[in-house]
Design a binder for this molecule. Structure first.
Ligand SMILES: [Zn+2]
Length: 629
């Protein structure tokens, strides 16, 4: 999304980076006259100004339409002082109808001024010598320029460990960190896709178009800070819109909890493949809130944790760049943290002297008033003769290199949500695919479900093991499927995979089988079942086959229980192949009756019989009880 027309650093940099400075694009034409941002200026009453405006600081006027195409601009403040800013970079997106102008004030190293147009509305903000300036539309088609009273904004932000993965934090005893102090601008930058959403209350406060313009400013200010700091990261705002979720009413912490679970926002995030989400809200207990990514489960899907909340009135306070910084693994200056960033050097940096400064991740100094400068800590970039960070190699215990950290974590952050079809959150593959049944008209499959987040399973079939097509699906936690759309005497290959809204798992193993032919009709029942006593403790059972299609015969036997007076103990005495028409059943003495049926692959006939017999041993003789024949 960036069209970098001009790139110019105003920081003094150490000698090793001087050559980089001199080769980074065309310089602004110095002869061109600066464009005054507001014409027909006049002071304005404090009435109607945002509550965080400093009393007496406002000036109103008509916005000069040429401002977004100027090489340099003048801002005349309420006290009559005119300050001049030079263009560093233009960012425009014709499709979205947005355009941003990013520059720096000539007499203030590390200062920032960014103006953006969104939905036809221009807003701006700047940081100049310890002042934060804002430019917003006002009544009567005018704009108003004012300075922010920092006392009227929340103090600082809230940052804490993520709710997951605390024990999986990176070891701090590792001796190799990142890229060994190299924070020179690398060729190409890693894109972090960010979805920014805002509440109805925030839209009502500023007007939706004005708010969107202010958000554009904040995003482009972050991008300029990466450039200023030699961090090869670019934030790409993949979505910007109002959403229906509202502020909790009790602060940013519960709003964050809502945000993490909000389906509208998180579905949008998946659709847009946004690595990080920023909610702009009217929660005003902090300027911003984010979790520190060190405590994400490293190497595991963490996209759902990468959310930030920002108070709309703090958009000019670099709070978006700051909170995104936490999600990128950056911590505050060492004096203002109880935790630690991703690496032992992932700290912001400040110098609390009269000519000092603080960077984007640092809190204000306790006594000295120092300007915020638009950088992430980097010992290779200097301000007023101070390094803006401390090298880890030079001093591990005081190291402050958030720019280096940004380079170290860039790819990980870009992978929070790799793409809309990412397998990052796709379910695990099923395994152990096997046949539970194979018939002429159906094939049963079973598998092991190895996923905990699947929406269901898709079953694919192939005639050749090469070209598969989906033949059915099964729901969450399913472990079986029956394919009833099969032909006889046909070979089929099957495979299964799990799926959810993020995509599909890998495939299971492939299995194949050939369906049998249509079975014949069951055979006719036998006839002429007869049983006779052989007088040696055995019975001869014989029958006449009912048809030639039988493949086997089952002989069932029951015994007379004289104590209870019932036939009992039904059991299959024998199963014999076709062609056999009698058996000798070794039962011992007693009264029995026999049934016989015929079977083939099509089924079984009814039982024929019974035939009763009283079996005697060679020394005994008993009669069948009367009436039981
Ligand atoms: Zn913070």
């Amino acid at each position: 999304m960036n069209t970098r027309t001009v790139r110019r650093f105003t920081f003094a940099t150490v000698a090793s980076l001087a050559s980089v400075m001199c080769t980074t694009g065309a310089m602004a034409a110095p002869s061109q006259k600066a464009v005054e941002v507001l014409g027909n200026r006049g002071p304005v009453a404090n009435v109607g100004l945002p509550t965080h405006a400093r009393a007496g600081s406002a000036v109103s006027g008509v916005l000069n339409v040429d401002v977004l195409s100027a090489r340099s601009i003048d801002l005349t403040l309420a006290d009559g002082q005119t300050i001049t800013a030079t263009l560093q970079r233009v960012a425009s997106d014709e499709k979205k109808g947005t355009q941003s102008w990013v520059g720096t004030f000539e007499d203030s190293p590390g200062s920032l001024i960014v103006l953006s147009k969104a939905k036809g509305v221009v807003t701006g903000f700047g940081n100049y010598k310890g002042q934060t300036l804002e430019l917003v539309p006002a009544a009567g088609g005018k704009h108003v320029l004012f300075a922010v009273d920092q006392q009227r904004l929340p103090k600082g932000d809230r940052v804490e460990k993520s709710s997951v993965g605390g024990s999986a934090a990176l070891s701090t005893t590792t001796t190799t960190y990142g890229t060994g102090g190299s924070t020179a601008a690398a060729a190409g930058s890693v894109v972090h896709d960010v979805l920014v959403v805002y509440t109805a209350a925030a839209a009502n406060k500023w007007g939706a178009a004005t708010l969107e313009s202010m958000i554009q400013n904040a995003i482009q200010a972050a991008n300029q800070a990466y450039i200023n700091s030699y961090a090869s990261v670019t934030v790409n705002m993949v979505g910007l819109q109002q959403v229906s979720m509202t502020e909790s009413g009790s602060g940013m912490y519960p709003t964050m909890s809502t945000l993490e679970k909000n389906t509208e926002v998180q579905d949008l995030r998946k659709k847009l493949a946004a690595d990080m989400v920023v909610l702009v809200s009217q929660d005003s207990d902090y300027c911003g809130y984010a979790k520190l990514t060190k405590y994400f489960t490293n190497g595991v899907t963490t996209w759902w944790d990468a959310n930030a909340v920002v108070y709309s009135s703090c958009l000019s306070n670099q709070t978006v760049a700051h909170e995104l910084g936490h999600l990128q693994g950056l911590d505050h200056n060492r004096e203002n943290t109880a935790s630690s960033g991703w690496y032992p050097y992932s700290y912001g940096y400040r110098v609390c002297a009269a000519d000092g400064f603080r960077d984007i991740m640092s809190y204000a100094c306790p006594t000295a008033t120092v300007p915020i400068i638009n950088v992430f800590s980097n010992p290779s970039v200097t301000y007023n003769g101070y390094q803006t960070g401390i090298s880890y190699e030079a001093s591990p215990s005081t190291a402050a290199e958030t720019a280096r950290t940004l380079n170290d974590t860039a790819t990980t952050v870009a992978g929070y949500m790799a793409s809309s079809t990412s397998t990052a959150t796709a379910p695990a593959s099923p395994s152990g695919l096997a046949f539970s049944s194979v018939a002429y008209n159906s094939v049963g499959l079973s598998w092991a479900d190895n996923a905990t987040n699947e929406s269901g399973f898709k079953i694919e079939r192939s005639p050749d093991g090469v070209t598969f097509a989906e033949v059915g699906s099964a729901g969450t936690d399913a472990r079986s499927f029956t394919d009833v759309n099969v032909r006889t005497l046909t070979r089929y290959f099957y495979r299964v995979r799990a799926f959810n809204s993020s995509g599909a798992s890998g495939y299971s193993n492939v299995v194949n089988t050939t369906t049998p032919d249509v079975p014949p009709p069951p055979p006719a029942a036998p006839s002429g079942v007869a049983a006779s006593n052989k007088g040696d403790g055995t019975a001869l059972v014989a029958w006449v086959p009912g048809s030639s299609t039988a493949s086997s015969f089952d002989v069932r036997r029951e015994k007379w229980d004289s104590r209870k007076g019932v036939w009992s103990g039904a059991t299959t005495a024998a199963t014999v192949p076709s062609g056999v028409t009698s058996i000798i059943d070794s039962t011992g003495a007693g009264s029995y009756r026999y049934y016989v049926r015929a079977s083939n692959t099509g089924g079984a006939s009814a039982y024929a019989g019974p035939a009763s017999v009283t079996v005697t041993s060679s020394t005994s003789s008993k009669k069948v009880p009367p009436g039981k024949r």
